[in-house]
Design a protein around this ligand. Structure first.
Ligand SMILES: Cc1cc2nc3c(=O)[nH]c(=O)nc-3n(C[C@H](O)[C@H](O)[C@H](O)COP(=O)(O)OP(=O)(O)OC[C@H]3O[C@@H](n4cnc5c(N)ncnc54)[C@H](O)[C@@H]3O)c2cc1C
Length: 392
């Protein structure tokens, strides 16, 4: 049996559903083919179950891509305000947590429920548990699944990235791009905890659970990157928002610099001649802005070479540029996102359609556009989905 539609959308996640809704609203007959037995698994686990669905401060600078200009057009034509209007239309209660991040008050299920309701209203056809075996191009695209074939002149790939395979993530989108000769920028895990080698781990990992506000920075070929947020020590290395953010820019063997005392002077008290110059006094100073266990450990492992003003100045510098060389990342199992992906040079920035394969579109995480932590990845999914949906 062959089902015919105006467009087939492969993947029923954030981007695929938004694309289907926008196309359906324009009267297109669209089908979403999802291999899992339910839609939007990643939406359900996102934001700790509350879905950080957008960020009110969304700007092109919040995205990583080989072409930093590519995302601008889609982001300008479907903004956080557009998604917030949809959320409000459905009476979903939400709040701003920090740094412009919007979360559901109740549950991420509200966002998925909203998208499902919009799909129903736009007469979108959903096919769950549909394992795609083959995609062919004749005059139309022909998608073969075990129980049925699907045919349409337009095909949208919205199958996401490689992160968290247990949610249904596959390499399908990249494989299909290769099949049609569409170039890929080598993917890598982003927003992921970093691991430390055995030496550094034996020094710090027993402090697992300790967190501190730091500036994490590193040098990339495009200049320095830095994030001021919390860092968390884990059993295997480092995590927390500052580390997750910087991890998207990290490539082995780039060293990482941690400013343990942003905008603070660790050794200021030692200008007072009545302050004793000894490890106890130094620990007490660091304890003013770092958790005690971390400040004590850091002083034990990085004592000043002497108590002269020059040695204290060196220590001051060291506390702001503590350098660590991560051994790796926790990989796709723990990565919140997959960076890299379908090369944006292959796509129209306005419609997400392949320049050299008319009728074939790529949207969402499978594209080489990766958001920072804080609702930006969903905003890209909504914006790129809407851009393609309106062009079908
Ligand atoms: C734990 C976690 C928490 C996150 N929290 C947030 C957050 O709070 N805010 C934020 O902005 N981002 C968050 N993200 C990132 C965000 O979830 C993704 O960037 C976003 O879901 C990408 O949307 P997408 O539609 O491109 O891909 P996905 O949402 O991954 O959807 C892809 C869909 O395609 C299906 N699929 C895959 N292969 C096939 C195939 N072969 N055939 C058919 N279907 C297929 C999948 O089952 C899935 O339903 C989080 C990610 C994770 C892992």
């Amino acid at each position: 049996m062959t089902h015919s539609f105006d467009a087939l959308i492969l993947g029923g996640g954030a981007a695929g559903l938004m694309c289907a809704i926008e196309a359906g609203k324009l009267g297109r007959r669209v089908a979403v083919l999802e291999h899992s037995d339910r839609l939007g698994r990643k939406i359900l686990i996102s934001g700790g179950g509350r879905c950080n669905f957008t960020n009110v401060h969304c700007r092109p600078e919040n995205f990583i891509s080989s072409n930093p200009h590519f995302a601008k057009s889609a982001l300008a034509r479907y903004t956080p305000a557009d998604f917030i209007a949809l959320v409000q239309k459905h009476g979903i209660r939400y709040h701003e947590k920090t740094l412009g991040q919007l979360f559901c008050d109740r549950s991420a299920r509200d966002i998925l429920g909203m998208l499902e309701a919009e799909c129903r209203e736009a007469s979108v056809n959903i096919f769950l548990s549909t394992k795609i075996q083959q995609v062919e191009r004749t005059a139309d695209f022909l998608v073969r699944a075990p129980n049925a074939d699907f045919r349409a002149p337009k095909l949208v790939v919205a199958t996401g990235g490689l992160s968290v395979p247990k949610t249904g993530a596959t390499s399908f989108g990249y494989d299909l791009a290769r099949q049609f000769g569409v170039a890929i920028r080598e993917p890598w895990p982003g927003l992921v905890p970093l691991t430390l080698g055995p030496d550094d781990c034996s020094r710090y990992c027993d402090l697992a659970g300790v967190s501190a506000e730091v500036v994490a920075s590193l040098m990339t070929p495009n200049g320095p990157r830095q994030f001021r947020e919390k860092m968390l020590i884990t059993h295997r290395g480092l995590s927390g928002p500052a580390i997750l953010q910087i991890s998207s820019y990290w490539k082995k063997p780039r060293p990482l610099q941690i400013d343990l005392a942003p905008e603070r002077e660790v050794t200021a008290a030692f200008r007072d001649p009545t302050t004793p110059r000894n490890p106890g006094a130094l620990r007490a100073e660091l304890r003013k802005f770092l958790p005690h266990r971390l400040s004590d450990r850091w002083v034990d492992l990085h004592p000043p070479t002497s108590w002269t003003n020059r040695a204290l100045a060196d220590l001051e510098r060291h506390a702001h540029t503590w350098t660590l060389s991560p051994s790796g990342t926790e990989g796709y199992d723990k990565a919140e996102v997959t960076a890299g992906g379908v090369d944006t040079a292959e796509l129209s920035a306005k419609t997400m359609e392949c320049r050299n394969v008319p009728g074939l579109f790529f949207i969402g995480e499978v594209v080489d556009v990766t958001g920072h932590l804080g609702g930006f990845n969903f905003q890209w999914a909504w914006a790129s989905g809407a851009a393609a949906g309106r062009a079908l």
